[in-house]
Design a protein around this ligand. Structure first.
Ligand code: TXA
Ligand code: MG
Length: 318
């Protein structure tokens, strides 16, 4: 459930951002580690605190379409997509305007821009009066945070403030769509599904794995390490034999023999499953098991983003 700190707290956080400090805050997707996007020094600290390689650009968060137009150049398709999907979990990669420091975009002449739907994120950005650069608020390579306590556990002492907006409703990061070429390309599957986007764009291609690395530098990296080795198995396939030291990440129903089990949605609802994914992975990662077995989900709708994150978690074993 979405919650809001009182307006004095949000005001204080906005002031910290203006002063070049770091504030972690809730969005509808995952918690972000925010700073003033126009302050290169503050942005450098975000990279440092997160341990993020400097070639991986940050998303610039804004509180209105008008503000988005001050950081990037919109073409007619971008306008159409923003009108339909903003505020919401869609990041548009567009030619950047000179006002955005190079460090934000890792030297690229494009910027990823997003207008988040969470009222807390919107209030914070509006009160700050500046665009807010924010990666997910996890140390580099780990599972993204979907609760304030996830941020507190991993980055607590390193940020000036954490704005708690409750558990994230979407639970997977925004979809990253590049509008730089002739045809739009999905660089990361996320909260807005390919099917939803295609209603506006027509058939889309995606470059979300190693081949997409040249365009979306963050995508070449293994991510989402839950702290335990993870293996994916087919839902109707054979169950893993070694279960007595294993945890199960199940889509809708638990299975016998595992010492720990997380069911993502008892009713089989994909939205609910996506919203629970990262918190469930964290719990399994910190339980007394040797390995996590994750049930594959079908790759349509939000299932694409979920399988992308699970595949990355599986590619990095600890
Ligand atoms: O939902 C989200 O997008 C969250 C919340 C906090 O808004 N943020 C997030 O940020 O997931 P981060 O930094 O963890 O992931 C941003 C992704 C990376 O894969 C990065 O490479 C890509 O967006 N990206 C950002 N700017 C880009 C650009 N100019 N060109 C291509 N890819 C870009
Ligand atoms: Mg991230």
């Amino acid at each position: 459930m979405t919650t809001m700190p009182d307006s004095t707290t949000t005001e204080r956080a906005a002031k910290l951002l203006r002063e070049g400090k770091l504030v972690a805050f809730a969005t509808e997707t995952v918690y972000g580690l925010g700073c003033n996007a126009l302050d290169a020094k503050a942005v450098a600290r975000v990279f440092e605190v997160k341990g993020r390689p400097s070639f991986d650009p940050l998303i610039v968060h804004v509180c209105s379409i008008e503000r988005a137009r001050t950081v990037a150049t919109f073409n007619p398709l971008a306008e159409q997509l923003a009108a339909k999907f903003w505020p919401g979990p869609l990041t548009l990669v567009l030619p950047k305007k000179p006002i955005v420091p190079d460090i934000v975009t890792a030297g690229l002449d494009s910027a990823g821009v997003r207008l988040p739907a969470h009222p807390l994120a919107q209030a914070l950005i509006e009160k700050a009066g500046v665009p807010v650069a924010a990666p997910s608020a996890n140390p580099f390579g780990f599972v993204s945070p979907t609760r304030a306590e996830h941020v507190r556990e991993q980055l607590g002492s390193k940020v000036e403030m954490i704005l708690d907006g409750g558990p994230c409703e979407v639970g997977v990061e925004s979809t990253v769509l590049s509008l730089l070429g002739k045809a739009p390309v999905i660089l990361r599957h996320g909260g807005v599904t390919q099917e939803e986007l295609e209603q506006v764009t027509g058939r889309l291609t995606s470059e979300t794995s190693a081949q997409g690395a040249a365009r979306s530098p963050g995508q070449q990296l293994s991510h989402y390490a839950p702290g335990k080795p993870l293996k994916i198995f087919a839902r109707d396939g054979e169950l893993p034999k070694e279960r007595n030291r294993a945890g199960l990440l199940a889509f809708s129903k638990s299975r016998e023999g595992f010492v720990a089990c997380e069911v993502l949605s008892a009713s089989g609802d994909m939205r609910e499953a996506a919203a629970n994914l990262f918190a469930a992975l964290r719990r399994l990662g910190s339980s007394d098991i040797d390995i996590i077995y994750a049930e594959a989900v079908s790759e349509h709708g939000l299932g694409r983003a979920m399988m992308d994150r699970l595949t990355r978690a599986a590619s990095k074993s600890v």
